[in-house]
Design a protein around this ligand. Structure first.
Ligand code: ADP
Length: 376
């Protein structure tokens, strides 16, 4: 029997606010999304009360998970001045300048559910794959880089934090929902030897679009913390594109060991990439390097290379900025086709030239994280 919104609301009447008000009467709930046993909503509270609410959030999530037929539940705690405001936020999918996390509280406020200092147990290094704008191949690169790292013998996870357009379900062909373990933590989906989690496994893309900045952080925190990742050498986080406040907060609050910036050779994208660099520098996350994606066109028939975008800009930019240049990936039909069919090129063509490129990029990343991985 499928779960209804009514059932969820009924379960919520058994949870009370810190002041003892029944949750459904407390005027803090966003719209409740129920989709095929997956439940998502947020509790929107005043920033000053956020700490007191964290326990209630966990209780609420547990209450929802207890409803027969619920296969996954995610309750995000969002802290804003105006309770209830998040529910009607407009779509932001194409606006990378997302809603400010808050104009009235700095991103490092104690409201943040996770402090940078708190590492994630079992994970040696969390790294971000970021881009200054969408459509540069960030997610494709994140997945293939994760696979390249896997090929180097590392235990690797992939967290799709691109909440505005989670593409990992499409890139991996995963359409199942994560199950819960005895500790009620979500078990990441194992595919291609990677532990994979995406907000897209829990909510439909359309639902993901209405998220606001503070919800992004809250949801990503839970995907980092409430997922049974097991023991990993590296967790690759596919960041939301852009360099807005939501991304900045993420970069600041996720315990990142480093960031890889994806850029295309076009000038505009390089300007955006520079913004990405500046963002990570600002929050003291080391930039592991720049990858130039769609660097040159390689004809699938004859293999001839054409530098249609005036290739090489990212390498020069990396040199100029003093950050490592990690490699260039051609614009190639088989990278696109394998990405879009859920069979990433490093896995489906392991002996091909593209897999070798991603592995070489992975090796440069591994080299820089060697100390951290070895220590763990
Ligand atoms: P982003 O995460 O930056 O929005 P995606 O990884 O979703 O970008 O890639 C956007 C599109 O470009 C997808 O259709 C993907 O298959 C394609 N793509 C990415 N990298 C390459 C490449 N090197 N060669 C050909 N197509 C690519």
């Amino acid at each position: 029997m499928s779960v209804t919104q009514q059932q969820v609301l009924e379960a919520l009447t058994r949870v009370k606010s810190p002041d003892g008000v029944v949750l459904t009467d407390a005027n803090v709930l966003s719209a409740v999304t129920v989709n095929d046993g997956k439940v998502f909503f947020s509790i929107n509270v005043d920033a000053a009360e956020a700490r007191a609410w964290e326990r209630i959030r966990a209780e609420t999530e547990a209450a929802v998970r207890g409803i027969p037929g619920v296969t996954a539940a995610m309750v995000a705690l969002t802290a804003e001045r105006t309770p209830g405001a998040a529910a009607s936020a407009p779509s932001q999918r194409h606006s990378h300048g997302v809603q400010p996390v808050s104009a009235h509280r700095p991103p490092q406020s104690p409201v943040s559910p996770m402090s940078k200092q708190s590492e994630i147990p079992g994970i040696a290094a969390v790294i971000a794959v970021a881009s200054g704008k969408g459509g540069v191949g960030k997610s494709t690169t994140a997945l293939n880089l994760a696979l390249g790292l896997r090929d180097l013998g590392l235990r690797v996870g992939l967290l799709d934090a691109d909440i505005y357009g989670p593409s990992v379900p499409r890139l991996t062909g995963i359409h199942e929902k994560p199950q819960l373990n005895e500790a009620r933590k979500m078990i990441p989906i194992q595919r291609f030897g990677l532990a994979i989690m995406s907000i897209g496994f829990l909510v439909e893309e359309e639902t993901a679009m209405i998220w606001r900045g503070p919800m992004v952080m809250s949801a990503i925190t839970q995907m980092l913390r409430d997922v049974a990742w097991g023991t990993l050498d590296i967790l690759v986080v596919d960041m939301p594109p852009g360099t807005g406040d939501a991304q900045l907060t993420l970069a600041q609050n996720v315990p990142l060991r480093g960031a890889v910036i994806i850029s295309t050779p076009q000038d505009l994208s390089l300007i955006d990439a520079r913004r990405g660099l500046a963002m990570f520098k600002k929050v003291n996350v080391p930039v592991l390097g720049i990858v130039e994606n769609m660097s040159y066109f390689q004809c699938p028939q004859c293999g001839t290379r054409s530098d249609i975008f005036g290739h090489g800009g990212a390498r020069l930019e990396a040199e100029r900025l003093g950050v490592p240049f990690l490699g260039e990936i051609p614009l190639h039909m088989s990278i696109r086709a394998t990405s879009d069919s859920g069979t990433p090129v490093v896995d489906s063509e392991p002996d091909g030239p593209h897999a070798a490129i991603y592995r070489a990029i992975g090796a440069k990343v591994q080299e820089q994280l060697q100390g951290v991985i070895a220590a763990a």
